[in-house]
Design a protein around this ligand. Structure first.
Ligand SMILES: Nc1ncnc2c1ncn2[C@@H]1O[C@H](COP(=O)(O)OP(=O)(O)O)[C@@H](O)[C@H]1O
Ligand SMILES: [Mg+2]
Length: 313
């Protein structure tokens, strides 16, 4: 019988997905991908694959998981396997450059961003073409990696010359227009299979400074997971919101099945989108309080995909 195959790296994120799979009674197999080998002449298992590989794997010593998964997705897709968040989605997951381009193509406003390859001198040159304040972040991000706010160039120069600055695994650092958040919060919109689930807001008080993951008990990519009063449902954002509709068509255009998409509103109410999280985590407290379950939506998608395998082509 065909099964659900979960491809993952971070054990900490697995319990909610396991619980949702168990609740549905779907047969599943877990594949912890850190390294390994794949026989290119072998036929991959039947079934539906859920990609839960974290773009911050390298912070747990598992960048090999990202590389392995990228190659394995080619194998799976060559054999026609259905992957939830397959190779196109994953190419965005590990590149905020690609996220920005996909958003821009869809007509969604993004902060001005420079992608910089090179050491301190290159970064300093690039910084001099940015308006202040700006922020830095890793291109292959998650959990606020490399996110810093700079209000003056002297502080930036000292940072890139110092020990704290560490370039990300792909050697790309972004310099990005800082959008001061109106109301001191950012918003994250959860979408599964073209269906708006809900939006939450995350307070930036206490400093986004700079990583919403700082307060997260699990401590990973965005981390709206922790028990944290900073997260609440943003009820006025609905499926009818034009930005949500634009997100859904952007996801369709890029074969993204699952994403939590973040935007920040400036003082004039302009909305800037800056992060697409395919390996989205859901806030348990907010979900319990409002009877929501993003993981159930993911599992229901997997179930629909499994059922499609039963129908003769
Ligand atoms: N351009 C920006 N303007 C203002 N705040 C930002 C901007 N980009 C990121 N942030 C803040 O930094 C946090 C982490 O940045 P993000 O791009 O989401 O990286 P990650 O992929 O590591 O989550 C965001 O949740 C937000 O609070
Ligand atoms: Mg984020």
């Amino acid at each position: 019988m065909s099964k659900v195959h979960v491809l993952f790296e971070n054990e900490d994120w697995m319990p909610p997905l396991r619980a949702a799979l168990d609740a549905k009674g779907l047969p599943y197999v877990e594949h912890a991908l850190v390294d390994g080998h794949v026989d290119l002449s072998a036929v991959p298992p039947e079934g539906v694959f859920i990609n839960r590989m974290s773009p911050s794997s390298h912070t747990r010593g598992h960048q090999g998981g990202v590389t392995f998964l990228q190659q394995y997705l080619h194998v799976l897709e060559a054999h026609g396997r259905r992957v939830i968040n397959g190779s196109t989605a994953f190419s965005l997951e590990v590149s905020k450059v690609r996220q920005d381009l996909a958003l821009s193509v869809a007509g969604i406003q993004t902060p001005r961003t420079l992608a910089v390859v090179g050491g301190p001198d290159r970064l300093k040159l690039a910084a001099r073409t940015m308006d202040l304040p700006f922020i830095t972040k890793d291109n292959q991000g998650g959990k606020g990696l490399g996110v810093r706010l700079f209000r003056d160039l002297a502080a930036f120069d000292a940072y890139v010359d110092g020990d704290e600055f560490v370039v990300g695994p792909d050697n790309v650092t972004l310099l990005q227009q800082y959008i001061a958040p109106r109301g001191s919060f950012i918003t994250r919109v959860e979408i599964v299979d073209g269906v708006f689930q809900y939006a939450i807001k995350s307070s930036t008080e206490g400093g986004f400074e700079l990583c919403p993951a700082d307060a997260c008990s699990i401590g990973d990519d965005f981390c709206p997971v922790g028990e944290d009063a900073r997260f609440s449902l943003r009820e006025e954002i609905t499926a009818e919101d034009p930005l949500v509709a634009a997100y859904i068509s952007m996801m369709r255009a890029n074969n993204i099945d699952v994403a939590g998409i973040e935007f920040v509103e400036d003082a004039d109410g302009q909305r800037y989108t800056y992060d697409i999280n395919g390996t989205t985590n859901f806030n348990g407290d907010v979900e319990r309080a409002h009877g929501l379950s993003g993981m159930t939506a993911i599992v229901e998608l997997a179930e629909r995909c499994l059922n499609e395998l039963l129908v003769p082509a």
